[in-house]
Design a protein around this ligand. Structure first.
Ligand code: CA
Length: 270
């Protein structure tokens, strides 16, 4: 911003704020228009919001990354905590087989399952992950808007799935959840999101997705869905944009704060 413009806004701050708000609204409107026209969909008619779990509802990714690194090391395999974030959203068995293949290790299905079981045990003894700040408040807004929250996760981590009803009481009904147990092909395959459309009896323009990881974003994008991304982890914004983000927020708290503005645009039925 030039010096003259900065001086002008110092004297008329309300105009800058108005200008900022206008820019924000335009970003949302532009994202919706581009998405609808690219997919050749009619206007949005929102009925449900599809939530990923790890890194969106729970601040659980540091524990996942640490348990992955620990279990791999114990089996002579190499996966840094940072690399674990690039596998986020994948089914556990798939992650193990990909890491083995890359390192030239041949592994049976039985061994794969044993390593995954071990990983879930390590995760269980780490401190219980807390709710992501802003996530419960956002879910309450979603429900008060008359929208249905659904869960779409690649996780088979029973200890975390079982705690959903404690952390988010009455929010996710079993028939509105897609987990590792419901799909053959996990993220980045679109199957989990297509399964959610089937379970919720939804058309792609009746829902949007909240995701935080490249593989999850890719899965939702391939399923033809609008993806709102929250960058709650260590990866760069560009990796998440390239995976297929339609709208972008730096945290769940920021998304929670922007929610009413976002919904105004979806209700406009652009
Ligand atoms: Ca995630």
């Amino acid at each position: 911003m030039g010096q003259k413009v900065k001086r002008f806004f110092r004297f008329y701050p309300f105009i800058q704020d108005f200008n900022f708000q206008l820019n924000m609204m335009n970003t949302i409107e532009r994202a919706i228009q581009a998405f609808l026209s690219h997919n050749n969909y009619p206007q949005f008619d929102l009925k449900a919001i599809l939530f990923d779990m790890d890194g969106v509802l729970f601040d659980s990714m540091p524990n996942h990354a640490l348990s992955w690194h620990t279990v791999m090391k114990a089996h002579g395999l190499d996966l840094s905590c940072e690399e674990a974030y690039l596998h986020e959203g994948r089914k556990g068995d798939d992650t193990i087989q990909i890491v083995c293949r890359k390192q030239g290790v041949i592994i049976s299905d039985k061994e794969t399952k044993a390593i995954y079981k071990e990983k879930t045990e390590i995760f269980k003894i780490l401190p219980t992950p807390v709710r992501m700040a802003g996530s419960y408040e956002l879910l309450k807004k979603v429900m008060s808007d008359g929208l249905i929250p659904m869960l779409v996760t690649g996780s088979g981590q029973a200890s975390l799935l079982d705690s959903l009803n404690v952390s988010f009481p009455g929010v996710f009904l079993k028939e509105r959840m897609v987990t590792a147990f419901d799909v053959k092909l996990g993220k980045p395959n679109p199957e989990p999101y297509l399964k959610a459309l089937e379970k919720g009896n939804l058309k792609p323009w009746e829902t949007i997705v909240i995701e935080n990881a490249p593989l999850g974003i890719e899965a939702a994008h391939k399923a033809g869905l609008f993806v709102v991304v929250v960058n709650t982890g260590p990866l760069s914004d560009s990796i998440l944009w390239e995976a297929g983000a339609n709208l972008f927020y730096p945290s769940m708290l920021a998304l929670h704060e922007a929610w009413e503005k976002i919904m105004e645009y979806f209700k406009l039925k652009i």
